[in-house]
Design a protein. Structure first.
Length: 388
């Protein structure tokens, strides 16, 4: 709960205290900007936590996706495939490069990219000679996509995968860390993510040489010279030494944060799964561990009498923040002119999830008392309908 507003948020920042130690250290050494020892240490510590060769600390996850696309040579007119059920930041960098997004539906088992939709899209693309330069696979709400079948397809067509693991740091896929299975992985430390630097991101890969290239672009592409000389276009994308310090402290409590979010999920699950199949939860696929970054539910209005939007409005009246499941990108006005491949010819899974899905407060700092308030509010809303 926010002390000033009494509001219960969906996924607020959760500091552990030792962030201040790293910040003070940076102040004491006057190592405020631009880079500095915390940045390098944060990169090393995160790389070792997830088990990759290298990591590049950046000022956002979006920047990390952008650099990954440029590393893969994505440029004007190229096709890039991307999960449709995601936040807009997964696909905006495709437009930065002047490339053409093609959106791929979810499958019901993980809510992540549907291998059968991807297969149809790749077959079509091969026929029309427009195979994508990259496939951006999103790991939604703390859960990995089913990467093996996706990788098999992509390997067959020689297309690299960028794993958008902005929401899934701490999750696993077949005992590997989410975000380490594609050619490039992307994490975000935005304020609502499982750990935060207030804003920031990381690009990871086992290809250290390409990370060095991205590091060069991210610092304005400064050629080696005593004066400022530039032969390539660059960006101002690096993370500051202060924020990297916050990240180092947060990384130390990541496992605790995963456990807390899973506990929050379990309490919701134990309460609402008793109510039959009018309320269903995002499934946890058996290929790995979900962090349950957000608890997402499907509300069947025919069975419980209220829609997800009715519930959202009731929660809002009690000063509780909830959000619909992401509006699929192929339904966004920004992307309406681009192609979309649904799970099957008859079924668009992401559209169903958007129509009925709701994310409810899931923060690792959510107390049982607060959670009971959320549960009570939903119970009240459901029972008042039944009485009618
Ligand atoms: C948060 C998020 C991003 C973007 O990360 P930023 O650090 O906010 O730029 C990208 N993709 C997904 C799926 C996200 O949830």
């Amino acid at each position: 709960m926010n002390k000033l507003t009494n509001r219960i948020y969906l996924s607020p920042p959760h500091m552990c205290g030792s962030e201040l130690m790293y910040i003070n250290e940076a102040f004491d050494s006057n190592w405020i900007a631009p880079l500095g020892p915390n940045v390098e240490a944060f990169e090393k510590e995160l790389a070792s936590y997830v088990g990759v060769e290298g990591a590049l600390a950046l000022n956002s996850g979006t920047a990390a996706i952008h650099l990954a696309l440029r590393l893969l040579g994505v440029s004007k007119g190229d096709a890039v495939f991307c999960s449709s059920l995601t936040f807009v930041a997964s696909a905006n960098p495709i437009l930065y490069q002047g490339a053409i997004p093609v959106f791929i539906d979810s499958e019901p088992g993980s809510w992540n990219m549907s291998p059968q939709a991807l297969e149809r899209a790749l077959m079509d693309a091969e026929r029309s000679n427009t195979l994508p330069k990259a496939v951006i696979v999103v790991n939604l709400y703390g859960q990995s996509a089913d990467l093996d079948p996706l990788l098999n397809l992509c390997n067959h067509y020689g297309v690299p995968i960028i794993e958008d693991a902005a929401e899934s740091l701490g999750a696993t896929y077949k005992n590997k860390a989410s975000g380490t299975i594609g050619k490039y992985g992307v994490y975000s430390f935005n304020g609502n993510k499982i750990i935060t630097t207030s804003g920031g991101g990381m690009l990871v890969s086992n290809d250290k040489a390409s990370l060095d290239k991205a590091r060069f672009w991210a610092t304005q592409s400064r050629d080696q010279a005593v004066y400022y000389q530039h032969s390539e276009m660059g960006y101002n994308y690096r993370l500051s030494n202060i924020l990297a310090g916050v990240g180092r402290a947060q990384l130390q409590v990541l496992e605790d944060r995963v456990n807390s979010r899973r506990e929050v999920f379990n309490r919701y699950y134990n309460h609402f799964s008793k109510m039959g199949n009018g309320i269903r939860f995002m499934p946890e696929a058996n290929f790995g561990r979900s962090t349950r970054w957000l608890t997402a539910l499907m509300i069947d209005k025919d069975k419980v009498g209220v829609s997800s939007l009715d519930l959202l409005a009731e929660l809002e009246k009690m000063n509780i923040e909830a959000r619909p499941v992401w509006k699929p990108l192929h339904l966004q006005p920004l992307f309406s002119m681009y192609k979309y491949y649904s799970h099957s010819q008859f079924e668009s899974i992401s559209e169903q999830l958007f129509k009925n899905g709701l994310c409810i407060p899931s923060g690792s700092s959510l107390t049982e008392k607060e959670q009971n308030k959320v549960i009570g509010c939903i119970d009240h809303c459901l029972s008042s309908v039944k009485r009618l």
